[in-house]
Design a protein around this ligand. Structure first.
Ligand code: EPZ
Length: 425
């Protein structure tokens, strides 16, 4: 059943919020459990629909999972893999399903996965993943919308990624875990989620060095063993709550966040006059009443640049800042889907190819809007927190994919968000 948010005008958000485990770390780690053939215990797992979808896929492949949601502990046993093929329906629900290709190829010597389609933010090709598998000796076939990769045994290789793709780095790294000899992955992604995946794999007996740098070395091992791993905090969820403090001129303490991982967002918030304090118990984010929120330019880049996953949220903030901001999206080709909806809320934004020019206004207006994807949805919630009247946000299933109870947790900080069923006419 479809639901929507009804958000009333909100005052300053105040209080503390616990940041959950990272969606973009737990999804590759769950895929990587296929390599262990054993029982892995994953902790600090966020209760998200994307996590449910990944568990459904792993169970379809033969794994057994049990998720203690309140405790955030997910046990997954991949001893018995019964198929190497994923269905169109499962991959359609979760693009990150494609991350099971590398582990299946390494574990059972083949994988057949539907080509993930594009999505709201772009065509999302997987050519770099497939080039990496081929370099390791796999045969890659395309037919009827499926990709089949086959290799009785993979051999280590030197692979240079044309673009530091997060997913390609993760998929190839997992495929190389059992490959004969050494694999060197160059120009790879350096996101914290890559490091978390390598830490999980090494704890299970893999031999991976250099994760977090642009060159990763993987020496093949024979097998992996059971392990326990705790997922890093979600730096994008943290950034989203930081913007919530800024856009409501509030004062929020974020607990369970890794300050290093949110540096690009912290730096940008300081640039627009938001006060940030790194304390023992977390990061305090507050508006400085003696100075107004001012504009700043942003260019999204691979880590450690400003994250593309924070672009929409920051656009909402800049829509209420004094002055003109230019936001350039360099990572995805179509990630301004929130602009049309923000303009319906009174924002003054003009798109000029990969840049958006934003003229800040003091308050946005409440309106009926629709989320097109996860982060665009988050940006609309943030905009609604600043609006002078009631806002209705449809399509909130996009938001539930990547944020655990975003409404409840914002309400605990003083927001007034109701989640209601949409009557189907
Ligand atoms: C991951 O997606 C994240 N998803 C995305 O988060 C995030 O926006 C993205 O990395 C960039 O940080 C997960 O981790 C599950 P990419 P991924 O491969 O791996 C091009 C969110 O909101 N490319 O680094 O798909 C691609 O088209 C989501 O949480 C190729 O050309 O991102 C894009 O323009 C959205 N060929 C760019 O690279 C390839 O084979 C970055 O993509 C692969 C990618």
């Amino acid at each position: 059943m479809a639901e929507k948010f009804i958000i009333e005008p909100t005052g300053r958000l105040m209080g503390r919020v616990e940041i959950a485990g990272a969606k973009n770390a737990v999804l590759p780690v769950l895929a990587a459990t296929l390599l262990t053939g054993a029982r892995s215990v994953i902790q600090n797992v966020p209760d998200l629909s994307d996590v449910e979808s990944m568990c459904c896929l792993l169970e379809f492949l033969g794994a057994k999972s049990s998720f203690n949601k309140s405790g955030g502990e997910l046990i997954i046993d991949t001893d018995n893999i019964t198929t190497y093929e994923a269905t169109y329906e499962l991959v359609g629900r979760l693009r990150a399903s494609f991350l099971v290709m590398g582990p299946l190829l390494a574990r059972v010597g083949r994988a057949k996965i539907p080509l993930p389609g594009g999505c709201a933010i772009g065509s999302r090709p997987v050519d770099l993943h497939l080039k990496g598998f081929a370099a390791l000796g796999a045969e890659v076939d395309h037919s009827h919308g499926y990709v089949t990769v086959t290799a009785p045994k993979l051999t280590g290789a030197k692979i240079y990624l044309d673009f530091p793709s997060v997913g390609a780095t993760e998929n190839i790294m997992m495929a190389a875990v059992f490959a004969k000899g050494k694999t060197i992955l160059e120009n790879c992604a350096v996101e914290p989620e890559i490091v978390d995946l390598a830490n999980f794999l090494n704890a299970a007996g893999a031999n991976i060095r250099g994760a977090g740098t642009d060159t990763i070395k993987i020496v093949g091992v024979n097998d992996l063993h059971p392990t326990t791993h705790s997922i890093i905090p979600d730096r994008i969820e943290a950034g989203t709550f930081m913007v919530a403090a800024a856009i409501t001129r509030g004062d929020i303490l974020l607990c369970n966040v890794m300050a290093d991982h949110v540096k690009p967002v912290t730096a940008k918030l300081k640039e627009v006059n938001i006060l940030i304090e790194e304390l023992e118990g977390g990061i305090r984010v507050r508006h400085d009443p003696s100075q107004g929120l001012i504009s700043a330019d942003i260019k999204t880049l691979p880590y450690p640049g400003f994250p593309t996953d924070m672009q929409a949220q920051f656009m909402s903030l800049m829509a209420t800042a004094q002055g003109t901001s230019i936001i350039t999206e360099t990572v995805f080709e179509n990630r301004f889907m929130q602009v049309g909806e923000l303009k319906r809320m009174g924002a003054d934004i003009k798109i000029d190819s990969r840049s958006a020019v934003i003229e800040g206004i003091p308050r946005l207006a409440g309106a009926q809007v629709t989320a097109s994807d996860l982060r665009a949805g988050a940006s609309l919630v943030l905009a609604a927190l600043n609006a002078d009247d009631v806002t209705e946000i449809n399509g909130i299933h996009h938001i539930d994919r990547g944020y655990f109870n975003l409404d409840t947790r914002l309400n605990n900080l003083g927001a007034k968000i109701k989640r209601v069923e949409v009557e189907v006419k």
